[in-house]
Design a protein around this ligand. Structure first.
Ligand code: GDP
Ligand code: MG
Length: 189
C-alpha cells in the first residue's frame, strides 16, 4: 500500500549510437517484451512506476534518437540519470559511447542534478560469437568515467540492466537532493 508522500520522479535518458539497442531496451524494460524491429527515427518517453526498497518512484525513460537537426544534447538538462548504451558486437558503438561519456562529463559543471553516476551498458550480450568488445574493455571504460557498468541483452536477459538501474534509483531515493531545477545558476554564470 502506498503512503501519502508525493510520488518522486526520476528522469532517465537512454543514449548511444543508432542500432545499439536503446529502443529494444526501453520497450523490454516497460513491457517485458522484445519486439525486434523499431522505428529508428522515433524518439519516445515512457514511464513506469517502480517500487525500490519499499519506496515508489515514477521512472521516466527517454529513448533518444541522434538527430543533426535537433539539439543533440537536449536530453542532458532533462535527465537525472544517463544510460549510455553500446552494442558489444560493434567497436564503433563502443567508441561512440566513450565520446558520449566525455560529453556528459564536460557538461557536469553546469548541472546540479549530477548526484548519480552514469550507467554504461553493453547490450546484445546474446550475440557472443559476433562480439567485438570484451567485458573487461567495458569495465575499464566505465571505471575511467566513474560509471556503473553491466552487460545485458534486450533480446534475452535484461536482469543486469534492471539491477543497476534499481541500484541507481535506490541511491536517488536515499539522496538528499531534489532533481530539479536542473541548471545550477551559480555554476553556469
Ligand atoms: P537503437 O537505434 O539504439 O534504438 O536500436 P534498436 O533498439 O532499434 O535495435 C537495433 C537492432 O538491434 C534491432 O534490429 C534490434 O532487434 C536489435 N537488437 C537490439 N537489442 C538486441 C539484443 O539484445 N540482442 C540482439 N540479438 N539484437 C538486438
Ligand atoms: Mg531507437
Amino acid at each position: 500500500m502506498r503512503n501519502n508522500a508525493p510520488l518522486r520522479e526520476l528522469h532517465v535518458a537512454l543514449v548511444g549510437m543508432s542500432g545499439s539497442g536503446k529502443s529494444a531496451i526501453a520497450v523490454k524494460y516497460i513491457t517485458k517484451r522484445f519486439i525486434g524491429e523499431y522505428d529508428s527515427t522515433l524518439e519516445d518517453t515512457y514511464c513506469r512506476e517502480e517500487t525500490v526498497g519499499g519506496q515508489c518512484v515514477m521512472v521516466w525513460l527517454m529513448d533518444t534518437v541522434e538527430n543533426a537537426s535537433r539539439d543533440e544534447m537536449r536530453w542532458i538538462a532533462w535527465a537525472d540519470v544517463y544510460i549510455v548504451v553500446y552494442d558489444v558486437t560493434s567497436q564503433l558503438s563502443f567508441q561512440y559511447a566513450e565520446g558520449l561519456l566525455e560529453r556528459i562529463a564536460r557538461h557536469e559543471h553546469v548541472l546540479c542534478a549530477r548526484e548519480h553516476q552514469p550507467l554504461l551498458i553493453g547490450n546484445k550480450s546474446d550475440l557472443e560469437r559476433y562480439r567485438q568488445v570484451s567485458e573487461s574493455e567495458g569495465e575499464r571504460l566505465a571505471a575511467q568515467h566513474k560509471a556503473y557498468f553491466a552487460e545485458c541483452s534486450a533480446a534475452s536477459d535484461l536482469r543486469q540492466f534492471t539491477k543497476i538501474l534499481h541500484n541507481t534509483i535506490q541511491n536517488y531515493l536515499s539522496g538528499a537532493r531534489s532533481p530539479s531545477p536542473r541548471l545550477c545558476s551559480s555554476d553556469s554564470e
